[in-house]
Write a protein that binds this ligand. Structure first.
Ligand SMILES: Cc1ncc(COP(=O)(O)O)c(C=O)c1O
Length: 405
């Protein structure tokens, strides 16, 4: 006898909200499910490195718990965290609008993903549109859909010299219900990184049409240009009236993907709606995580530099190995991903699944990243150099074995 006949009846799905029923499964998670837990698999499919969180951050969180910091806290985040975020941004960008960053611009969130959700909900609602340049991390478009709006995908153009966002394509996709542009630079998965001139052109276009920019600069510290501390940022060019919502996270810079803590940065005047959206979702971030986050911002530069260095070494290994393989093409990588095309592949999901079964290497299929992604694969190189060498070797052997000649 069924425990709950209501749940097993054929129409339970029809009783879901439209947005919940329409939320797509992540194509990355699908492939992971296929290979998760396989013995000997080298998992390069997911957007995280293989290093645990630095011990001094874990200790700070444990000490906060041991001190009894287990109660509700202000919904916008601890004053100490908001001030540390302001000081961190001062060090990176030398202030904003000619003055030091103000703590009141920053709001702690329960992950970068929650910051994205809040930013979308601030800018767009039912029936509205948000432009998403693709290939892109699938969660952007899916979060737009969950908010009742729709994502308008605008494909970047691929060339071996670099991906390119054509602003005429963006302008053509603006309609009467367009509310925002989702701008992820450096991009997951393509590595496309907008120059300051490109950021200015995008900002001007959005100003002309009154669009919000949701700026995801989560990977900005992963710069491989020794002369820079971060990739070009909208922080350096925006004016006080610009509608820009920054979303960010502790996940990547300090190897804290499993913690779930991030932040949203917005004009101070948006404090009340942002705090309300936090209140009615998570009601705030666990205080022990915030204590560790303060330490990451104030004492985490060496740990971050080590992670960037590991990624740089990984990047050089995979570029060197894959550039030699026939039929593989890619633009210079960014963030910590190589996004490469394999000639003749028209079903990257099935290719990635076969690669898992036959070569024990996990890649994310390009089809998961929206328009323009099919035929490509995302490889995360923020990992052990030996694993990366072994994965590239397995891929090369496997491709040679299946090639007709
Ligand atoms: C571009 C980008 N933005 C935001 C996030 C969200 O990070 P998290 O939710 O782990 O803080 C990710 C995670 O992969 C990402 O790749």
């Amino acid at each position: 006898m069924a425990f709950n006949p209501g749940l097993s009846s054929p129409d339970w799905r029809a009783r879901l909200s439209t947005e919940a029923a329409a939320a797509p499964a992540s194509g990355i998670a699908e492939v992971m499910r296929h290979g998760f837990g396989r013995s000997g698999i080298i998992p390069l499919w997911v957007g995280e490195g293989d290093q645990p969180t630095p011990a001094f951050l874990c200790k700070a969180a444990a000490a906060a718990l041991a001190r009894g910091e287990t109660f509700y806290m202000p919904q916008a985040g601890l004053v100490e965290l908001r001030s540390a975020l302001a000081a961190y941004h001062d060090r990176l960008y030398g202030g904003l609008f000619g003055a030091p960053f103000r703590a009141e611009r920053f709001f702690a969130t329960g992950s970068g993903m929650q910051a994205i959700q809040i930013a979308i909900r601030l800018a767009a609602g039912a029936g509205d549109e948000v432009i998403v340049p693709t290939p892109a991390w699938p969660n952007f478009a899916a979060a737009v859909g969950v908010a009742g709006a729709s994502a308008r995908q605008v494909p970047l153009h691929f060339a071996a010299t670099g991906w390119h966002l054509d602003l005429d394509d963006v302008e053509r996709s603006i309609g009467p219900r367009t509310r925002a542009l989702f701008l992820n630079s450096p991009s997951n998965p393509t590595g496309w990184t907008a120059s300051e001139a490109e950021l200015s052109a995008i900002l001007n276009l959005c100003r002309r049409y009154g669009l919000w920019i949701i700026a995801d600069e989560v990977y900005s510290r992963f710069t491989y240009d020794a002369a820079r501390r971060s990739t070009p940022s909208l922080h350096s060019i925006i004016a006080t009236h610009d509608r820009v919502l920054f979303v960010n996270t502790f996940s990547k810079n300090w190897a804290m993907t499993g913690w779930r803590i991030g932040w949203i940065e917005a004009p101070e005047a948006l404090g009340p709606p942002i705090e309300n959206l936090i209140q009615y979702s998570t009601s705030g971030v666990a205080v022990f995580m915030q204590r560790a986050a303060v330490l990451a911002l104030t004492q985490g530069e060496a740990a971050l530099a080590a992670l960037v260095e590991r990624s740089r070494a990984g990047r050089d290994i995979v570029i060197g190995a894959l550039a030699r393989l026939p039929g593989i093409e890619f633009a210079p990588p960014g963030a910590f991903y190589l996004f490469f095309r394999v000639a003749g592949v028209s079903d990257s999901t099935s290719f990635a699944s076969t690669l898992i079964r036959q070569a024990n290497v996990g890649l994310a299929p390009g089809s998961a990243f929206g328009l323009g992604g099919e035929g490509f694969f995302r490889l995360c190189f923020a990992r052990d150099p030996n694993d990366l060498r072994a994965a590239c070797g397995r891929l090369a052997d496997w491709m040679a074995a299946r090639s007709p000649s």
